[in-house]
Ligand binder design. Structure first.
Ligand SMILES: NC(=O)c1ccc[n+]([C@@H]2O[C@H](COP(=O)([O-])OP(=O)(O)OC[C@H]3O[C@@H](n4cnc5c(N)ncnc54)[C@H](OP(=O)(O)O)[C@@H]3O)[C@@H](O)[C@H]2O)c1
Length: 287
């Protein structure tokens, strides 16, 4: 039986990919730096992320790859190891990497790393599919401490519109691309079902947790100071994040794509449904 290899298998998307494959009865080899703590379904083989380890790529037919690294340095060894043994790769890109634009011309370092991986995969001879998702609904968990503490989410760019996507919808598309023919050579732009401003997202989370929640707009400087005081946001990431938001706010309003329903046959999940699933994360279990 062919085996599916899943990178980042404890992450937002990789976990869902590993679970969906395992629940379908497929053989899954998942990677985590801490296999004992991975908490993946029974039957999933969990290994450390070392493709040169004996047996790591045995029987692997297709791999789900995402990029957890803060450079493109591991791209050549990883793609090189995969292309020697694996027929198909599904890569989740990120950083707003622009399609058809050379890595060196991408708008930011994160996009450059992802575009480098995309290019290596496209030139590898493997069957490839690239998934380019919009912002994850899970990003709203960044607001969870503020929501647990009160009724306001403070931040800049409340009117910034995005098309947030449920991580499980990305995983569902990934599993189709890993297991079925017909997705080779495609770069899919994946979005959620709605265009929502950040302030609207906060209101919808409020409905899910059962109390009105509001956005409170901060100036860019106030937001920068707030993020720098938060240990979850390293200093260099704060500027990158705010720069990314500034560019997104200046860009045309994003559009919803039909790729998730077209491929999965089911409508993309709404933020309301995602928030209902995660209501305890915002209420600390006190509702
Ligand atoms: N958030 C968004 O809105 C968004 C939108 C589009 C694209 N993306 C892209 O999505 C990717 C992040 O995906 P995600 O949110 O699913 O991941 P995540 O939740 O951030 O999890 C990271 C995963 O990578 C593994 N990992 C971390 N460091 C590693 C290392 N040095 N070597 C090997 N494995 C490592 C972790 O596993 P262990 O800790 O178990 O080892 C974990 O499974 C990024 O490429 C990002 O650019 C994000």
């Amino acid at each position: 039986m062919s085996t599916y290899l899943v990178f980042g298998a404890t992450g937002n998307v990789g976990r869902r990919v590993a679970e969906r494959l395992a629940w379908s009865g497929a053989a899954v080899r998942a990677m985590s730096r801490n296999p004992e703590a991975a908490k993946l379904p029974q039957g999933v083989e969990v290994i450390t992320p070392d493709l040169d380890a004996p047996g790591a790529l045995d029987d692997v037919d297709a791999a789900f790859l995402m990029w957890p690294f803060h450079s493109a340095e591991p791209a050549r060894p990883i793609v090189g190891a995969l292309k020697r043994r694996v027929r198909r790769v599904v890569f989740m890109t990120g950083g707003g990497a622009l399609p058809g634009v050379a890595p060196e011309e991408q708008p930011n370092p994160v996009a450059r790393w992802h575009a480098t991986v995309e290019r290596l995969i496209e030139q590898s001879g493997m069957e490839w599919t690239v998934l380019s998702p919009s912002t994850f609904m899970a990003n709203t968990l960044w607001w969870s401490a503020q929501i647990r503490a009160g009724d306001y989410v403070r931040g800049a760019f409340g009117s910034l519109a995005t098309t947030p996507i449920h991580e499980d919808d990305i995983a569902a598309v990934a599993v189709h691309a890993l297991t079925e023919p017909g997705h080779e050579g495609h770069r899919y732009t994946l979005t959620g079902p709605e265009v929502l401003t950040q302030a609207e997202q906060v209101r919808l989370i409020g409905e899910a947790v059962g109390r009105p929640l509001h956005w409170q707009e901060l100036t860019l400087e106030q937001e920068r100071a707030r993020l720098l005081a938060d240990p979850d946001f390293p200093g260099d990431f704060v500027d990158e994040l705010l720069d990314g938001y500034t560019k997104m706010a200046a860009a045309p309003r994003p559009e919803v794509t039909s790729t998730v329903p077209d491929i999965t046959g089911a409508p993309a999940t709404t933020l309301s449904a995602w928030a209902a699933e995660h209501a305890d994360d915002f209420s600390g279990g006190r509702r």
